[in-house]
Write a protein that binds this ligand. Structure first.
Ligand SMILES: NC(=O)c1ccc[n+]([C@@H]2O[C@H](COP(=O)([O-])OP(=O)(O)OC[C@H]3O[C@@H](n4cnc5c(N)ncnc54)[C@H](OP(=O)(O)O)[C@@H]3O)[C@@H](O)[C@H]2O)c1
Length: 218
């Protein structure tokens, strides 16, 4: 394959929500599921999120497991909104951080670069930054497997562009309601024939949650 193997991880309520409308998302799934999530991180070369998740959650995105290598942390951030005070930027010297931004943005003396963050200006695609170009760059930089951790906007782009090979779906027995944030944002299909289809590979309980692995049917 000339691009990384892409896994999409979702940790949702029963009704497919990843946060309340006010952005609160800690925590929907159980500690046992989150531990499994950390194992998934350790099993991938790279982990990526969208600019909104970086801003709202200020995550660390490390595996936090003794003896396990941390994945390269990747942010899709057209306007380089990532704060120099964010945990990602502050820890860039310990675990690599890559940021993809719009090629039209002037990035010359950006502070993030001086903190050790690698900034890759790329083209824009139909739904944001061109994911195909980003995946090519990741492959060239040794990222052969990528875990997409959201949010819903980035997840929808990866799905729509046909880059998701497998879904890891943790679902908590909880309802957040229609005003919660969707795990996958709008796809605007006009026919069920266009729906993306997956085949369930496994289904198990992790604590109170379910954990499904689903493979894309090509
Ligand atoms: N429960 C969970 O497992 C979980 C996991 C992750 C996130 N979350 C929650 O999800 C929420 C954020 O989700 P979100 O949907 O608002 O935002 P998001 O997917 O985190 O970020 C979307 C942003 O990424 C940038 N982007 C660049 N290229 C893109 C592309 N090709 N496709 C899509 N986006 C691209 C765009 O910002 P620019 O135009 O500025 O580049 C876009 O607005 C937060 O509340 C967070 O807590 C929950």
């Amino acid at each position: 394959m000339d691009r990384p193997f892409v896994s999409l991880k979702m940790a949702t309520s029963l009704d497919g929500k990843i946060a309340l409308s006010n952005g609160q998302s800690k925590w929907i799934t159980s500690e046992a599921s989150r531990q499994k999530g950390r194992e998934l991180r350790a099993a991938h070369d790279g982990i990526c999120i969208g600019a909104n998740t970086a801003e709202l959650d200020d995550p660390r995105l490390t595996a936090r497991m003794a003896g396990a290598a941390d994945p390269v942390r990747i942010i899709y951030d057209s306007q380089l909104r990532l704060s120099a005070g964010s945990i990602l930027a502050q820890t860039a010297g310990d675990v690599p951080v890559f940021v993809f931004c719009d090629q039209d943005l002037k990035t010359g003396d950006n502070l993030l670069k001086s903190m050790g963050i690698r900034v890759f200006p790329i083209r824009r695609g139909a739904t944001g930054l061109d994911l195909g170009e980003s995946l090519k760059i990741l492959m060239e930089n040794g990222v052969t497997s990528l875990l997409v951790e959201g949010g819903g906007t980035l997840a929808a782009s990866f799905l729509k562009d046909g880059f998701v090979d497998v879904i890891h779906w943790f679902r908590a027995p909880m309802i957040l309601g229609g005003d919660g944030r969707n795990c996958i944002s709008d796809m605007t299909f006009l026919s069920l024939d266009n729906a993306l289809r997956f085949q369930r590979q496994s289904l198990e309980m992790i604590g109170p949650d379910t954990y499904e692995v689903l493979e894309r049917i090509s």
